[in-house]
Design a binder for this molecule. Structure first.
Ligand SMILES: [Fe+2]
Length: 197
């Protein structure tokens, strides 16, 4: 059922599966306005509960991993936008993303070593993230990188500092993202082994 196209653990696993095109089409059929205004860099658009549940029902691993129906979201990034290094949530260790509208190969996710970022204070954005305040990517060398791909799924390790950089792109990027219930209890290797076993 699965075809792992890249296993770059512990950073990410890129995959395809039967029915993956249906997920892309189902998102587009929701008719959500995906145009990002120039003054806005990034939109987090949570799906309505009924739509979130119908998306979860399209996932082949939905019966093995408890996906959070309150947090099925579109991440829409405008052309030219860069998002600083962070870890997801207060304790979210993985994210499962699908490339819904990615038109080039210029949207890059980079991971960074904890030891390299100790100088930064952390902003939780009120309890929703762990962001390296004033992060300057020019001063750091990534330990790993990934290019977002149209129509592919990605299991992403979000417990390692990472940024995403669409600054070289003239295209916007749309991802569908899933999180797991009781996120702090689920680690990358465990989720990987459950999905792909
Ligand atoms: Fe993230």
């Amino acid at each position: 059922m699965y075809n792992i196209t890249k296993d770059n653990s512990p950073y990410f696993v890129e995959f395809e599966h039967t029915g993956i095109e249906q997920i892309v089409e189902a998102v587009k059929a929701l008719g959500i306005d995906m145009q990002v205004q120039p003054r806005v860099g990034f939109i987090h658009h949570p799906l309505q509960r009924v739509d979130a549940i119908s998306m979860i029902n399209l996932l082949p691993f939905a019966d093995k991993i408890p996906i959070n129906e309150r947090r099925v979201s579109l991440f829409i990034t405008r052309p030219g936008f860069y998002y600083r290094a962070h870890k997801d949530g207060l304790d979210h260790r993985v994210s499962i993303n699908y490339g819904i509208d990615i038109r080039d190969d210029k949207c890059i996710t980079s991971w960074y070593d904890d030891k390299d970022l100790v100088q930064y204070s952390i902003d939780t954005l009120g309890g929703y993230s762990r962001e390296a305040v004033g992060f300057d990517k020019a001063n750091h060398k990534p330990i790993h990188q990934m290019t977002a791909q149209q129509g592919k799924g990605v299991l992403l390790n979000t417990e390692i500092y990472h940024d995403f950089d669409n600054s070289e792109s003239s295209e916007q990027r749309v991802l569908l993202t899933f999180r797991i219930k009781d996120a702090g209890e689920w680690y990358f290797e465990e989720v990987k082994s459950i999905i792909f076993s």
